[in-house]
Design a protein around this ligand. Sequence first.
Ligand SMILES: NC(=O)c1ccc[n+]([C@@H]2O[C@H](COP(=O)([O-])OP(=O)(O)OC[C@H]3O[C@@H](n4cnc5c(N)ncnc54)[C@H](OP(=O)(O)O)[C@@H]3O)[C@@H](O)[C@H]2O)c1
Length: 291
Amino acid sequence: MSTTPEHITVIGLGNLGRALAEAFLRHGHPTTVWNRNADKAEALVAAGATEAATAAEAIAAGDLVIVALLDSTVARQVLEGAADAVAGRALVNVTSGGPEHARELAAWAAEHGAEYLHGAVYAVPQTIGTTESSISYSGSEAVHQRGQASLDLLGKGTFLGADAGLASSYDVAILAGMYGMIGGFLHATAMATAAGIRATELTPMLLSWLSDAFPALSTFAEEIDGGAYSGGESSLAMNQAGLTTIIRAGQGLGVPADTLLPIKELIDRQIAAGHGAASLSRAVESLRSAA
Ligand SMILES: NC(=O)c1ccc[n+]([C@@H]2O[C@H](COP(=O)([O-])OP(=O)(O)OC[C@H]3O[C@@H](n4cnc5c(N)ncnc54)[C@H](OP(=O)(O)O)[C@@H]3O)[C@@H](O)[C@H]2O)c1
């Protein structure tokens, strides 16, 4: 059975840390906060938070210590500066970083007698505490179980596993997918506006088409996991022809092919290796063999 930690500490009161502290205060949690620049604590103190003079003092106060700092280097520096205070604490680090950073910090925490849970936040500060916020965790399952009632106040929580780096492994892969989508969106709007169509006119139709196309990703994922690319209606050869047409049309409008050429190159390499009839998902093999 999970219990609500009596006292929450939030280390780092940037945009995310302030939103996290506000959510805990809204739900009546005693909350201690610390930030390098103390002025960011003022509104939280007015809302009932206790401001600690040092990170060590803040860490010592919290049953659950949330760390939301700029990056993994800063998180490590701040925690190392408060190393004497971490023994017996449950650290929940939602600072973005790669899986190796999470694993290193988890090992450091263990050496200093602390439990470590890493969190990957899928939200912006404005949506923390709403149904539009979700957070994936990995590392100490005991911390997740004990802190779950409190952590779920921030957004829908999912525990992925005991490897502290796992939440980050998902996170960086998911964000890579997001930036690929944004690259496509930017290319689409550049082509549309060059043709006299406003981005706001294009986007509803683009969104509609994308949402129809999204289920294909689940099929592609099964093909990738199974290493079986023979089926499907979307062959590499067909997509190569389609991309060539789109690239030429863009260039005709004065839009360079910067975002599309890398994808076409992945496809070209598979076709050159004799896989033109295979599913588009086989293009992932170009990335794997490049590693
Ligand atoms: N904002 C989001 O939408 C969002 C979403 C998901 C994940 N994240 C991740 O959450 C983390 C925090 O994001 P944020 O939006 O809150 O960033 P932010 O607004 O830029 O805040 C950065 C925080 O780091 C502190 N900091 C920077 N350098 C420091 C140093 N050398 N020593 C001590 N403290 C230092 C800042 O303190 P000062 O106030 O003293 O400068 C501030 O508390 C990042 O890793 C971010 O990638 C953010």
